[in-house]
Design a protein around this ligand. Sequence first.
Ligand SMILES: Cc1cc2nc3c(=O)[nH]c(=O)nc-3n(C[C@H](O)[C@H](O)[C@H](O)COP(=O)(O)OP(=O)(O)OC[C@H]3O[C@@H](n4cnc5c(N)ncnc54)[C@H](O)[C@@H]3O)c2cc1C
Length: 398
Amino acid sequence: MASDFNTVVVGAGSFGAWTALTLQRRGRRVLLLDAHGPAHGRASSGGESRIIRMGYGPHGIYSSWSMRSLEIWQELFARAGQPLFHRTGVLWISHPGEEYNSQNLAQFEKCGIPHETFTQGELAHHYPQMALDSATTWGLFEPDSGVLMARRAVATVVDAAIRQGVEYRRAAVRFPADLASDRETRKHASSGRLQGIATVDGQRISAGRDGIYIFASGPWLGKLFPELLAHRIFVTRQEAFFFGTPPGDSRFAPPALPTWIDLAHEAYGMPDLEGRGLKIGIDRHGPPFDPDTGGRQPQPEAIGQARDYLARRFPAMSGAPLVESRVCQYANTSSGDFLLDRHPDFENVWLAGGGSGHGFKHGPAVGEYLAGRIVDEAPGDPRFSLETKQVIQRRAIF
Ligand SMILES: Cc1cc2nc3c(=O)[nH]c(=O)nc-3n(C[C@H](O)[C@H](O)[C@H](O)COP(=O)(O)OP(=O)(O)OC[C@H]3O[C@@H](n4cnc5c(N)ncnc54)[C@H](O)[C@@H]3O)c2cc1C
């Protein structure tokens, strides 16, 4: 039976949802599958909130992608009537000699990205609720950046995709999908083209003769393609905490407090948004984590680290109650660059993942990049190739 779609996207997180919507807009007919639903509780995109910022040190491509993505996210939210972007501003708390922030500043000047710099005195004046480490701390502020309400934002992308004609189904593609090693799947592969995939409940899904299959399966990519990716995608446990602010106190909500990034302490945080509490995240890679079976209870040690940081940076929040916590996972590549490339053995299979703790914001740009490669046959950037993904982690992108 001929299918109504000629493109299958596996995974409805930020990467897959945007890829499905963008490809449909570019004329493909897309079936979007997810095992549990868009941005569900175990997906990397399933968090409450994610930062969108332009600073990427020397890696200008991600600054450009952030700028472009913010524009597209805002268009979507305006059209959907969903205010899911909070323009809190993003403050880089900088210490002398921190090359990354000097590179951010150079990049902002080069690309005309709006920004302000604050001396230590100006920081203390603007943010009296924040304790600074030393008299030489300075600040680099992105006024137009802020926070995307992640989980609801992805649901909005999927709604838009469905309205655009994408067919969405809840279905789980069988593990492993290592196309060369799976006998069932191999039967359906011919001359370097995949003819179909299998779901756990025994359905076969085929996108037809000219079909394309995109696996945007985030931290599950290594399970789907163990031979190819299990050693190239490093899935780590990450925890984020929301602390309750004092009643009636607006010092920890916007506009008094922006989102901030504190590289020296490997920490970031967000002001109290929508009454959820002040959010603290530690950006250090945690232990290996299984996205299916990994427990989601916060670890006392991680709570302790977040509390220590909170007390140090915001003394008035010392001892604040923990009102919510999230255990999620990063899907890291060796460098932190995304994996957006064709499968080496199948010309109609694409891999999209390796969000590496910073991918959420870039969903729209990822969709455009893949549409460019697939629809326009644009050349790939080696940064996103499978070949550049090593089996030893040397994180370069933050
Ligand atoms: C604590 C934390 C904080 C972060 N902070 C930021 C931030 O501030 N800013 C930012 O930009 N990024 C941030 N990130 C990173 C960002 O969240 C991820 O890079 C991004 O969400 C990855 O999206 P994805 O679509 O690749 O993966 P996911 O969202 O995990 O989506 C993959 C989907 O594939 C589906 N799937 C997998 N296997 C199958 C299968 N066999 N069959 C069917 N479906 C399948 C899953 O169910 C899932 O829904 C953070 C991540 C974490 C964990």
